[in-house]
Design a protein around this ligand. Structure first.
Ligand SMILES: [Zn+2]
Length: 525
């Protein structure tokens, strides 16, 4: 007697090989049988006639750490067919942290992550994982965030991580890896991460390497004078070379200024791979990013943590110094559109330029005022390019990059605010539906492989990523001809179409496009 039989679908098993007609029988958490089960006894039948049955999607980069704790149903991810998310990205998360450091980091990161409950034990990776295990709708994996390691060892300050502090950091990583972390993550546009040197990261990654973990990096563009090769790709590759760690590049694709230049973007990485550096990459299929605007401020503005930052934002002399720094930068500040302003919801969706214009102040001053008013809880996204041709080229580049066997999909979803970046609702179906059909560069089977088997193997998620007997029954049933994203920049909070069923650990989590409320997600691996 099966608990669930998925009947009559085409199984695209995650391996990349052609789909085949078969039923899938599930008992408890696992796939028990694959074949003709039309006569088998079962408690529940999922009718998959005319549909594709694939492993649940693994999102290698999300910022759901806090919202999963306040909204464990997590329909935005689940309805896309995502059954596992890798949290803790860009080195920005909550564990392992002492209560004092958790409190400070919780405030500092609120523009990116929202507000998790105040009184949680975040003192270890085990404690962190326990807040999600069987309490949320999807599986979660977690790398140790570099920022948390720095906070625990040298505080929220621009201080070198050396000597005893470095030894403590290495021990934190060792403990974390033993408690189930999948690696170390960093984001070198952000503090406290970017106060590090290349040398520090090499020393930390040597420990990650001992456990065969992954170094996940959002590339450095802050304090580049502290980095090998001025940061960016050269620094990440050097860390891989010197520590032997597996390197994973976050959200790496072409941008409006590099549209069409796929070969140039990956040349250095391919050269390093040919010399033995173990690299993988991820991306999402949109032309612009989303983040929290503290990244526009000079690094030293964050020295001392959130209270010190707010004090500087109120101080006229400090503001002038920050303005001078910001005016020399070539960032995307002038295209910023606010996604998250909890005390000024009416301004969400407006550009920084428009708000500054209406208030008769500079872009910088408008931003400072909002950061103070919101107690730092501000999120933004970039505006898509005016040129449809550039946008289309970037979309094409994304599929071309994903066709490489070393690529996977990371939505980089940020789930706070009323007008989030559309990737939070549309990333996976945009690839599988709209872009696969539009460009005809990849087969359905190849694309599913990048979303399932590839990340499962890279991050050591044993028993997941493929439909095979004995594996966990993380499964998505979708209509390959109809699947499509509905989330747009103008109207982002729209669920996709063509994904009627999602199972997490054998439980039906989405039933005929409706979330069932089952909280079957596990902390994995
Ligand atoms: Zn990110």
């Amino acid at each position: 007697m099966f608990d669930v039989v998925i009947l009559g679908g085409t199984v695209v098993d995650g391996s990349g090989s052609p789909g085949y007609r078969a039923d899938v029988g599930i008992k408890g958490e696992r796939i028990e049988a694959i074949g003709d089960l039309s006569r088998a006894e079962t408690r529940r039948v999922v009718d998959a006639r005319g549909l594709t049955v694939s492993p649940g999607f693994i999102d290698t980069h999300t910022h759901s750490d806090a919202v999963l704790l306040t909204d464990p149903q997590h329909a935005d991810g689940l309805r896309q067919g995502i059954t596992t998310e890798i949290l803790g990205q860009d080195g920005l998360s909550y564990a392992p942290l002492s209560p004092e450091n958790y409190s400070a980091n919780r405030r500092y990161l609120a523009g990116l992550l929202g507000e998790p409950p105040e009184d949680l034990d975040m003192s270890s990776i085990s404690a962190f994982r326990s807040h999600y295990h069987k309490k949320v709708a999807i599986n979660t994996a977690y790398p140790i965030p570099h920022g948390a390691v720095r906070l625990e060892c040298v505080g929220f300050y621009d201080r070198p991580l050396v000597g005893n502090a470095l030894e403590k950091a290495r021990q934190i990583i060792r403990d974390g890896m033993e408690q189930g972390a999948v690696g170390l993550s960093t984001g070198m546009s952000y503090l406290p991460n970017a106060w590090s040197t290349t040398e520090e990261l090499v020393e930390l990654c040597k420990v990650v390497k001992e456990f065969d973990g992954v170094y996940i990096t959002h590339l450095r563009d802050v304090n580049t004078d502290r980095a090998f090769g001025d940061g960016g790709v050269p620094e990440a590759l050097e860390i891989g070379r010197r520590s032997g760690v597996k390197v994973h590049f976050s959200h790496y694709r072409t941008m409006p200024d590099s549209a069409g230049k796929v070969a140039e973007r990956v040349a250095l990485i391919d050269k390093a791979k040919s010399e033995g550096v173990d690299c993988t990459l991820e991306l999402y299929p949109y032309p612009t990013g989303s983040s929290f605007p503290i990244r526009y401020l000079p690094a030293e503005a964050s020295d001392g943590g959130p209270d010190a930052l707010l004090k500087r934002l109120r101080d006229p002399g400090e503001r002038q110094r920050m303005i001078e720094f910001m005016q020399q930068q070539s960032g995307d500040i002038d295209t910023a559109v606010f996604t998250h302003l909890p005390r000024n919801r009416d301004l969400e969706g407006m550009s920084l330029r428009d708000i500054a214009g209406a208030r008769g102040v500079t872009l910088e001053e408008a931003l400072f005022d909002l950061l103070v008013d919101e107690d730092l809880q501000v999120g933004y996204r970039g505006a898509p390019p005016d040129s449809v041709a550039v946008w289309r080229q970037i979309s094409r580049d994304c599929v071309e990059l994903l066709s490489r066997p070393d690529y996977m999909v990371g939505s980089d979803s940020i789930h706070v605010g009323s007008l989030p970046h559309p990737r939070a609702y549309g990333c996976f179906p945009r690839f599988l539906g709209r872009l696969r059909r539009q460009f005809d560069i990849m087969t359905l089977e190849e694309m599913v492989q990048r979303m399932t088997d590839n990340p499962a193997r890279r991050f050591g998620l044993t028993g997941r990523g493929r439909i095979q007997e004995g594996n966990y029954a993380d499964i998505v049933v979708f209509d390959a001809d109809r699947i499509i994203d509905n989330a747009t920049y103008d109207d982002p909070a729209q669920f996709p179409a063509g994904i009627p069923f999602v199972l997490v650990n054998g439980q039906v989590a989405v039933d005929n496009e409706r979330c069932t409320g089952v909280m079957a997600g596990q902390a994995v691996p």
